[in-house]
Design a protein around this ligand. Sequence first.
Ligand SMILES: Cc1ncc(COP(=O)(O)OP(=O)(O)O)c(N)n1
Ligand SMILES: Cc1ncsc1CCOP(=O)(O)O
Ligand SMILES: [Mg+2]
Length: 213
Amino acid sequence: MSKVDYALMYVTDDSIRDDNHFFAILEGALKGGATIIQLREKTSDTLAFYKRALRCKELCSNYEIPLLINDRLDIALAIDADGVHIGQSDMPYEVARRLLGNSKIIGLSVSNKEHAEQPNAQAADYIGISPIFSTNIKTTDLAKPLGILGLKEIRQIYKKPIVCIGGIHKDNTQEIIANGADGIAVVSAISKADNPEETSRELKNILCKTGTN
Ligand SMILES: Cc1ncc(COP(=O)(O)OP(=O)(O)O)c(N)n1
Ligand SMILES: Cc1ncsc1CCOP(=O)(O)O
Ligand SMILES: [Mg+2]
């Protein structure tokens, strides 16, 4: 795969069960300039997840934007996604790599400096600092927010791309990038926006001005 642009990751909102609404937001995010998409389904059954994944893949392919699958290696393999995002309690990194091969993207969540120093984080394609700020979207298994100081500390020891997630919106994006992140991952900033396409474009403009592209 050619160089991946992690600047603006839209992580889909699994609370949106209506497919028309779900895919309208996804298309808005893509039109506005999302550079990578992560399909995150925490409550749907396997068939529903698989069907959404197939439609996401088609839509993302139309915009030539990579699609990652959250947690589920089987879904990623089934639809030949571009990669997965896994957390500290998900499938071990080395197993995910063995199953997916070297050409796929694997992102790993880190919640402290020790996580970022571990061999699996060093081997991953990128890390997701999780969470950078507090969020209302993910309420289980969520570590204490690392904040800008935590980001700066991890930036000093981690050389590959860093994506931050949690409580990110237009007013704190610039600060995150200025302090060493390569990209932001957002759920509600886009999914709950009155105009997801416009918001995605505004976030992208901030990212471009601050220098991720
Ligand atoms: C880019 C990015 N970073 C972190 C996460 C969180 O992953 P995880 O800790 O596995 O939690 P869930 O998203 O699976 O609830 C993420 N999804 N994306
Ligand atoms: C999936 C996830 N992982 C850490 S925070 C989070 C949710 C981020 O949602 P929002 O961008 O709305 O704060
Ligand atoms: Mg996970």
